[in-house]
Design a protein around this ligand. Structure first.
Ligand code: GLP
Length: 237
């Protein structure tokens, strides 16, 4: 794992934006695996303001809440439109259809999309409990797209995005761990003190389903872009 530590999230996001643009403009990367959450918002802003042209590229998102209409203000579909796609359109962008209650059909359809478009560069955030995508602790490392039950801590963490009278979804469609590991290159961003324990366990702990992000130790091309707060428990920091 390459570990890059920056003074703040803005500097880290700037470097990730430059790496993505380099991959696109100079290395012919055309399929980008994208993440949601608060962490990549600055990155998407920088990409939106940049000159990069993704109209020849494909975006495939990690996950989507189950049961939410794509036009719901808190759907990841809405998030991606607002933060990136509206400003920087891709030729095609795929996000699981959270409104498709036919679980087998949705899983099959998404796995087929991933098969048709192998991911060149996958972006990841990091859950406080070490989840990636929505692959919670205990997730099978051989998993592909799946419907997952969110843990209480993830539901609580997501509560802040919903109105207090709204129920936070308890399930989500997510690319599996094996789908994530199939990407040629992976970039994980983690910012803030509240991610420090998960970062340390991901980098220095054992590879275990108890901390799904630890599986990234087994991938040949992973780079972590951290701010100082998220990195401060690392031995080498
Ligand atoms: C959600 C998303 C993840 C994201 C995580 C962290 O669970 N499914 O993809 O990495 O939240 O969110 P944040 O970046 O807001 O800390």
């Amino acid at each position: 794992m390459n570990v890059f530590i920056f003074a703040n999230s803005q500097e880290a996001s700037q470097k990730v934006a430059e790496r993505m643009i380099q991959a696109h403009d100079q290395e012919n990367a055309r399929v980008f695996g994208l993440a949601t959450g608060s962490t990549p918002i600055e990155l998407y802003q920088l990409l939106s303001q940049s000159a990069v042209d993704f109209s020849d590229s494909i975006a495939i998102n990690l996950d989507e809440y189950y049961g939410l209409d794509q036009n719901h203000p808190q759907s990841y579909h809405t998030y991606m439109q607002n933060h990136l796609f509206r400003h920087k359109p891709f030729a095609h962008s795929y996000i699981p259809n959270g409104h498709n209650l036919d679980v087998d059909q949705e899983i099959q359809a998404y796995d087929q999309i991933l098969k048709n478009h192998p991911i060149d560069l996958q972006l990841l955030g990091l859950g406080k409990n070490g989840h990636i995508g929505f692959n919670e602790p205990g997730s099978d490392f051989t998993s592909h797209t799946q419907l997952v039950n969110l843990t209480e801590s993830t539901i609580q963490a997501n509560q802040r995005f919903f109105n207090h009278n709204e129920t936070v979804p308890t399930q989500a469609y997510s690319m599996g761990i094996a789908s994530i590991l199939a990407a040629k290159e992976i970039i994980l961003l983690a910012f803030g003190e509240h991610k420090a324990q998960a970062v340390q366990a991901m980098v220095e702990g054992p590879v275990t389903p108890d901390l799904p992000a630890s599986v990234l130790q087994t991938h040949p091309k992973v780079s972590l872009y951290l701010d100082e707060a998220a990195a401060h428990l690392l031995k080498q920091s």
